[in-house]
Design a protein around this ligand. Structure first.
Ligand SMILES: Nc1ncnc2c1ncn2[C@@H]1O[C@H](COP(=O)(O)OP(=O)(O)OP(=O)(O)O)[C@@H](O)[C@H]1O
Length: 796
């Protein structure tokens, strides 16, 4: 099946007609009868009918309920979109076509089957708002529907997780769901686990959720790690290295790696050999981090340094990312680079990528205004086809060609002139800039020109949404950063249509055409007129980072001419038509998109090993927490622990064996006699069965003191504790391995294979550690029996 459908396949049109045919039937029903349909559908599902079998009437019912409760009757194209999504595809519906309402159809249908159904956005404000608004209709029909996120300004810890995850339908964000999932799997008992399984996820703005955020895995960090003094040393060494000789950098400056000569030099400076060996792994990791801190991150663009130390900046809007730290030591390396005190590094306790989070759903689908650009990737990674759904009314928006300028200044001047012109006519304009600083600058120029306007630098998405909503009123001029007001509906004021509708002016093209289209989509909604234009300059970030080499040379020449006060003819006027510049931006954007795609694929490849291991661990956890009897598991743990010992000591001496027994099985060594009676160094084959028997006996002895109903609980706690500790170490280890892997000189090894090998090896070691710790916890822990019948366990 092709992954891009520019027309909606006929079968969906037929199904839509079938839904239409039921309109009258449900229109005639009383409210009570309509609500009763929910019970009816649920009975049919219980009797074994599939969701597919009831989707036509269910869609017709929710559609009628939408009309009665929300006052909106989903258009035919919205029903089409819903059918497309119910089939596990991505529906491409143009911006402003009413995706929020469309979602009610598949959400209701899936909600009929019980909990585990999520509408996911990347934005907490929207999740909360839509849960309130759309929630009305589900509740009216007798389903439970809630927001998975806290209200704006609310404390996420105050959420009632039990209620949330029991609900039939949850509106939430990708990170909230991901964090809750990870937390669920850090909990100590089954009643602290709230997620009820992953049945259906409908991702709103699926490209933003899956692609834009794909690079940053969710991380739960825990206890601080022992502070390392290697950051300072590594930083000093890195300052001595030279680009291209000791290390190389990718064109976009996102990747750096050492050359063999760089390794030699560092060994020389540090006075050691074998920097790449296991022995110096920690030091090497610090060097990699320092190199990254120096070569891939730029002060005042990626981060700022102020009285709070080093803070990251959000690239999309230039705001300080409060409380966010770079993963696995990079933040500390930055602090060393900037000579501020190195903060405590925390360990990663659990981590998952969004890709892997959503791959757990048995039924995944999505909607977006702008998926076509990334259709191939969605197909490859998630097996999702993108199907275009026609607009309700013909689209009247006019996208004017970009206007290209020679300098930022010329670009801004022309953009301001454009805004001023619209303003004098009373036509509303939405200006979007690439960064906060640019929007401030733009606002100042507008002030100077005496153009009243709204500058969006509100801290909260909620406030921004309020202002953006009004951006379609006559004479309204709104200046915002690129992400502001995403998903907010802009209604046109009186007389605006006659002026040509909303004018959207972008002052920079972003790294992906998708983001640009998202901006264009603020205009021309629901068949209204509208116009969009981008003002770009060859000084824009996209061209600097992804443009051709000759452009850089060209700019240097111009700068020289400028310095000599020689005239540069084209500088003040658009150079759009010039053949050399014609496809410049588009090409640069293709480059940027390709790079992003590649690094997403890479993230996915690297995440795969963690996924496999995490699945195993989480499954084992579940088994530990829910199994009515753990004897089998305990036996296999004993076996694993003994095997590890025997492998390390194929022919143990008595003292080696006694040592092991003392540290793992019985720290008073009351079993010393048993060693002498039942074990002989000349019969090494008997070591394993002997140890295992010893463990079983010791456990039996221990359990004799514990009341029967507490035994299972005790075993559970011991196993869980050791499993979690070992797994947390492993998660942290994988992160560290990854840091090293991506920076190995690619000539000699395939870094991914190397990573896989190391990752598997450490997983095997992790299992042994788990087994040994579990045995220790079970057999060496001290028990105190309290008066109220409870037991205090002190682990070794
Ligand atoms: N069937 C309908 N009847 C009447 N109004 C509708 C209908 N469907 C949607 N609308 C209205 O259309 C507007 C746009 O809806 P919405 O914000 O959901 O669009 P969208 O597709 O999510 O846009 P974007 O991609 O920009 O987020 C809203 O004001 C909504 O109330």
């Amino acid at each position: 099946m092709p992954f891009v459908h520019h027309h909606t396949p006929k079968r969906y049109v037929r199904q839509m007609r079938a839904v239409n045919a039921l309109t009258d039937k449900y229109r005639k029903m009383s409210d009570e009868d309509l609500k009763a349909q929910t019970t009816l559908f649920r009975e049919q599902l219980a009797a074994g009918k599939s969701l597919d079998a009831i989707k036509i009437p269910a869609f017709a019912v929710i559609r009628e309920a939408d009309r009665r409760v929300l006052g909106m009757f989903p258009f035919d194209v919205q029903v089409l979109g819903a059918l497309v999504m119910q089939d596990g595809n991505v529906a491409e519906m143009k911006t402003g076509e009413g995706k929020t309402l469309t979602a009610t159809l598949p959400m209701y249908l899936n909600g009929l089957s019980g909990s585990g159904n999520f509408l996911v956005t990347a934005n907490e404000y929207l999740a909360y708002r839509d849960a309130q608004e759309m929630g009305k209709v589900y509740r009216w029909l007798g389903l439970t529907a809630v927001a998975g996120v806290a209200p704006a300004g609310g404390d996420p810890h105050d959420r009632d997780l039990k209620k949330i995850y029991q609900a039939d339908i949850v509106y939430t964000t990708n990170s909230t769901l991901g964090f809750d999932y990870l937390m669920d799997n850090l909990s100590g008992t089954a009643d602290e686990q709230f997620l009820q399984g992953f049945h259906f996820a409908l991702l709103d703005e699926i490209d933003a959720v899956l692609l834009d955020s794909a690079q940053m895995p969710l991380v739960i960090s825990g206890a601080p790690r022992v502070r390392s003094n290697l950051f300072g040393i590594a930083d000093q060494v890195i300052c001595l290295l030279r680009e291209d000789i000791d290390f190389k950098r990718s064109n976009d400056h996102k990747k750096v790696w050492f050359t063999p000569s760089g390794i030699d030099h560092m060994e020389e400076y540090l006075g050691l050999d074998g920097l790449l060996t296991q022995k110096h792994r920690t030091l090497y990791r610090h060097l990699v981090l320092a190199l990254k801190a120096h070569q891939t991150l730029t002060r005042d663009r990626d981060y700022v340094v102020d009285e709070d130390g080093v803070s990251l900046l959000d690239l999309s809007n230039g705001r300080k990312l409060a409380g966010m730290k770079l993963e696995a030591g990079l933040h500390q390396a930055l602090e060393a680079k900037e000579l501020v005190p190195v903060s405590n590094q925390t360990r990663t306790m659990a981590s998952i990528t969004f890709q892997n989070l959503f791959r757990m759903f048995s039924h995944l689908s999505g909607m977006t205004g702008t998926a076509m650009t990334d259709a191939a990737e969605l197909q490859e990674t998630y097996r999702l086809s993108v199907i275009a759904v026609p607009t309700n009314k013909p689209n009247q928006r006019v996208d004017l060609p970009d206007r290209l300028f020679f300098s930022t200044q010329a670009k801004l001047e022309h953009a301001v002139a454009l805004v001023k012109d619209a303003y004098t006519k009373g036509r509303p304009v939405l200006v979007e800039t690439g960064s906060v600083s640019l929007s401030n600058l733009f606002s100042r120029i507008l002030l100077r020109e005496e153009v009243p306007h709204n500058l969006l630098n509100a801290r909260s998405a909620a406030k921004e949404a309020l202002i953006v909503k009004e951006a379609g009123q006559p004479g309204a001029i709104t200046v915002a950063t690129s992400m502001a007001g995403r998903g907010t509906d802009i209604k046109l004021g009186k007389g605006v249509k006659e002026l040509g509708g909303l004018l959207v002016v972008g002052t920079e093209r972003m790294n992906s055409a998708r983001v640009d289209n998202q901006l264009r989509g603020r205009a021309g909604r629901q068949g209204a007129p509208g116009e969009t234009i981008f003002m770009v300059s060859i000084e824009d970030a996209i061209l600097q980072e992804h443009g051709p080499k000759w452009l850089r040379r060209y700019r240097r020449r111009v700068a020289k001419a400028k310095a000599k006060h020689q005239p540069i003819p084209k500088v003040r006027y658009p150079i759009t038509g010039h053949y050399r510049f014609k496809h410049l931006i588009t090409k640069a954007q293709h480059n940027a998109e390709r790079d992003d795609r590649q690094s997403r694929t890479q993230t996915l490849q690297y995440a795969e090993i963690m996924r496999v291991q995490r699945d195993t661990i989480y499954q084992t956890r579940k088994q530990i927490m829910t199994a009515p009897d753990l004897t089998d598991m305990l036996n296999s743990v004993f076996k694993m622990a003994t095997r590890a010992f025997v492998t390390a000591h194929p022919q143990p001496t008595r003292s080696e064996l006694a040592d092991y027994v003392l540290n793992t099985i019985d720290n008073h060594l009351v079993v010393a006699d048993s060693i002498d009676q039942n074990w002989h160094p000349d019969r090494p084959k008997e070591t394993a069965p002997f140890l295992q028997q010893l463990m079983v006996d010791q456990l039996t002895k221990k359990l004799e003191n514990i009341k029967e109903d507490q035994q299972l609980y005790f075993e559970r706690m011991c196993l869980l504790k050791s499993l979690d500790n070992a797994w947390i170490d492993q998660v942290d280890m994988l992160q560290q391995l990854r840091q090293i892997a991506t920076n190995r000189s690619t000539a000699q090894h395939d870094p991914l294979l190397e990573y896989l090998k190391d990752g598997r090896k450490s997983f095997a070691e992790m299992k042994e550690t788990f087994a040994r710790r579990a045995v220790q916890n079970l057999l060496l822990s001290e028990l105190q029996f309290k008066a109220d019948g409870s037991i205090d366990v002190t682990y070794p």
